[in-house]
Design a protein around this ligand. Structure first.
Ligand code: TIU
Length: 228
């Protein structure tokens, strides 16, 4: 990682109160910006979802990722997905929704949510650099059954800026898991997305309510201004 020349503490305007970001201890964690969730013709759209609701988060994530990389700070990516033999896929997850095409079946961009398949990979706009850890996760939360916690501890990370999709599912679950493990989480609202506008709003409210019960919510422009 590049030597960081940043100040020790960056005060970010946020709700419910400013987030004191320590650059050397703060990682950008981008959740599940995968082709099957975001691209037209993918699994998400096949289920009847409006992918444009998620695609709005791509450009703000691109800008934040570029600024984060330029500052030499830690970046990690996650992908929801399972082993090709489905040995880590709970039967209850496989059958949920009573769909005719479910996880592990052949979908529009390869086998659905299977590691190594085109649809399971991260969208080209936000593709990880070789130096950026990619966490393949079998659950909605990024800490469940992964080595994310160990990696963050080894890197000395205590704060997370969490972005990605979807706001109320994998982002919310991960923020809750991180909060219980002692990490401070900041969520830029324009860098997360939900297929459902009402869940986007509620998902963000739940994080910052009650004095920041799970974390803080901001806009990426506040982080970009502080990093500049
Ligand atoms: N990444 C993530 O949120 N996985 C999901 O399945 N989300 C839905 O909203 N379905």
């Amino acid at each position: 990682m590049k030597e960081t020349l940043m100040k020790d503490l960056l005060s970010i305007e946020a709700q419910p109160y400013p987030f004191e970001l320590e650059p050397a201890k703060c990682a950008l964690l981008i959740i599940d910006m995968q082709r099957d969730f975001l691209e037209p013709g993918g699994f998400g759209e096949m289920l009847g979802n409006d992918v444009s609701q998620l695609r709005r988060a791509i450009e703000p994530n691109k800008q934040l990722l570029a600024a984060w990389r330029a500052a030499g700070l830690v970046v990690l990516h996650t992908r929801e997905g399972h082993r090709p033999d489905l040995s880590d896929l709970p039967p209850a997850k496989k059958v949920r929704g009573h769909g005719t095409t479910t996880i592990g079946d052949v979908g529009p961009m390869g086998r659905i949510l299977i590691r190594g398949e085109p649809g399971q990979d991260i969208i080209p706009e936000l593709y990880p650099l070789p130096s950026e850890p990619v966490i393949d996760k079998p659950g909605k939360g990024a800490f469940f059954a992964t080595d994310l916690h160990a990696i963050l501890q080894n890197l000395g990370i205590t704060q997370l800026v969490v972005t990605g999709v979807t706001t109320e599912v994998c982002v919310n679950t991960t923020v809750r898991e991180a909060n219980d493990r002692g990490f401070e989480c900041l969520v830029p609202e324009d860098c997360v997305g939900s297929y459902f506008p009402e869940f986007q709003e509620a998902g963000l409210k739940m994080i910052k309510a009650q004095g920041g019960i799970f974390g803080w919510v901001t806009h990426s422009s506040q982080i970009l201004a502080a990093l500049a």
